[in-house]
Write a protein that binds this ligand. Structure first.
Ligand SMILES: Cc1cc2nc3c(=O)[nH]c(=O)nc-3n(C[C@H](O)[C@H](O)[C@H](O)COP(=O)(O)OP(=O)(O)OC[C@H]3O[C@@H](n4cnc5c(N)ncnc54)[C@H](O)[C@@H]3O)c2cc1C
Length: 405
């Protein structure tokens, strides 16, 4: 009998799982259900080159339609899975169809966290998660307009860079006392804040949005201290929430993400999950995490696919992430929160420096600003659980590997 594998969610993880399954010789029925109409596509350019108008829409998909045809992948795009019936091993779609499976993989991703305040649903307020979001935003990026960006994280700052690229006035409102506070060191925050200020972006930290005003569309943002900022458009980048309803409604464990084991398997042996929607164990760091990154979705999509084929592969990767802002590249490897000592390597007023995180002397994470060499070295050092001499590690004239104890 023909085995059916059903992938729900056509993003980075789902696309990778399909690729791996066919590459590894799975010759059963393979179905992809995706809520978006587009073929699976890359999201990072949506806040970078695509938003800047430097990358055409036809460059976004991972694979062209011919790939899916040639590999016998049944595409159910523009179709939302609304119910997972574990007893019947079936998924119901919004259009009334029912698909049965032998094994299912949930790659549901995350959705933009909505802003909750008066006026938050006015036209002219933008989020950035999908191609449709990016197209709608791009249409409003007109020179001279004033954009207020809520949230000084990656998405907010990358959007601010795009606003300046198109000649808009850009003001970033950040609740914390520095930008990207949740994810990078104060030195890296300060470097990027300065890069944005030098390009004319106004950054207001310790600032909360109280309400958004406007009659037919957004006209102003009112801050917690009463400041009123005129706005032609508002871009909201206040984080993302894992999409878990399908799993939770089917009785699968959910705890800031669909709970899986190190094989990307839920408690139901025929259901796997991967990517932004997943809470998974990190054997290297000895704790559970939920990550939002291309690397994580790619690797978990691959691992889940191999385990759907019965290969017993453990997902144990050192996570990495990048962000592009103007000419600067931020590369992060490892989990910063695990460090108990921070070392600055190089001059943080200029590019080409890093923040290193150590735990009991062992290198656990690195944030490298315009420094691919340190980043590459760090990947290997972290994976090998290398202990570093902090004084030697801080000395930029030495190769980072020379600091190994
Ligand atoms: C603007 C932007 C910029 C980014 N930049 C970077 C970057 O520079 N570096 C980096 O590492 N990461 C970046 N990321 C994060 C990265 O893109 C994500 O981590 C990655 O896309 C996650 O892949 P995924 O497959 O888990 O989820 P997604 O790519 O979100 O895909 C999930 C898919 O599932 C679909 N879906 C959900 N529920 C259902 C349902 N019930 N039925 C059918 N389909 C469903 C969704 O519509 C979506 O298409 C960025 C993300 C965004 C939005």
């Amino acid at each position: 009998m023909n085995t059916t594998f059903l992938i729900v969610g056509g993003g980075q993880a789902g696309a990778q799982a399909i690729d791996t399954l066919r590459r590894e010789g799975f010759d059963g029925r393979l179905i992809l259900v995706g809520e978006e109409r587009e073929l699976p596509y890359q999201r990072p350019p949506l806040s970078k080159k695509f938003l800047h108008g430097e990358l055409a829409a036809d460059r976004l998909p991972f694979k062209h339609r011919a790939f899916y045809d040639e590999h016998g992948v049944e595409l159910r795009l523009g179709s939302r899975a609304i119910r997972l019936d574990r007893a019947a091993r079936a998924v119901d779609l919004g259009d009334g169809a029912r698909l049965t499976y032998d094994r299912a993989l949930l790659c549901l991703g995350a959705r933009a966290r909505p802003l909750k305040c008066a006026g938050a649903d006015l036209p002219g307020i933008h989020y950035l998660r999908t191609i449709d979001d990016a197209n709608a935003l791009r249409a409003e990026l007109r020179a001279g307009a004033h954009a207020v960006i809520v949230g000084g994280g990656y998405i907010g700052l990358e959007a601010a860079a795009a606003c300046r690229h198109f000649g808009l006035e850009a003001t970033v409102l950040e609740m914390a006392d520095r930008v990207m506070a949740r994810v990078v060191s104060p030195a890296v925050s300060a470097f990027f804040a300065e890069a944005h200020r030098a390009r004319g972006v106004r950054i207001l930290c310790n600032t909360r949005v109280e309400s958004i005003e406007g009659r037919d569309r957004v006209a102003a943002v009112v801050c917690g201290d009463g400041t009123r900022l005129a706005a032609d458009l508002v871009i909201v980048g206040v984080g993302a929430l894992p999409v878990t309803d399908l799993a939770a409604d089917a009785g699968l464990a959910v705890d800031d993400g669909i709970v899986v084991d190190e094989y990307c398997r839920t408690a139901d042996p025929s259901i796997f999950a991967a990517g932004d929607c997943v809470n998974h164990p990190s054997p290297h760091y000895g704790r559970r995490v939920r990550l939002e990154s291309v690397d994580n979705a790619f690797e978990q999509g691959k691992t889940a696919a191999l385990n759907m084929l019965g290969r017993d592969v453990v997902h144990d990767r050192i996570p990495w992430f990048w962000s592009d802002q103007y000419e600067h590249k931020l590369l992060i490897v490892g989990l910063q929160a695990d460090g108990d000592e921070r070392v600055t390597r190089g001059d943080p007023r200029r590019g080409g420096f890093s923040t290193l995180y150590l735990r009991n002397g062992e290198l656990t994470a690195v944030e490298a600003v315009d420094d691919t060499k340190d980043y590459m070295a760090a990947r290997k050092l972290i994976a090998a659980r290398t202990r570093l001499d902090p004084a030697k590690a801080a000395d930029k004239s030495r190769d980072l590997r020379e600091a190994a104890i």
